[in-house]
Design a protein around this ligand. Sequence first.
Ligand SMILES: [Zn+2]
Length: 161
Amino acid sequence: MAFATQCSRCGAQNQSGAFCAVCGAPLAAAPQQPQPPQQWPPQQPPQQQYPGVGQQPPQQPYYNADAAAAAQSSKAIIALVLGVLGFIMCGPFTTVPGIFLAKADLDAMKRGQLPPTNLQLAQIAYWMNIAISVLWLLAICAFFAFFGGLATLGGLGSLAR
Ligand SMILES: [Zn+2]
């Protein structure tokens, strides 16, 4: 055991064992080549310990995702506004597009194309538009049922005369 076994994956010096104590890679052919291992670590650790390599790539997608979120969150906000408009006056004419707008946001978040920062907003917009659509459908049904019933009663009344 005079020489250390160098891990071929991470370059760590292992005194014993069949697996690297640092990264768990199997230590196989290294003992056959007792080359001076001092020259290898300066080359390999920079590949793994580069702070820039490890940190910068996550920053770029995150930044892009933020930009996408800024663009997409306005969609969820539009869906919310459509829902409120639908509740006040326009009914299903705005709430149904609102459902699809909010659903597009929710789908994008499920697919990972959008960070779930606006998940709650999109969910609120989605369910609010659905609820208002249902309310309006019920109101319309009640409206026609009421006046349809009146018309039927009126028709019966005129028949009775
Ligand atoms: Zn290793």
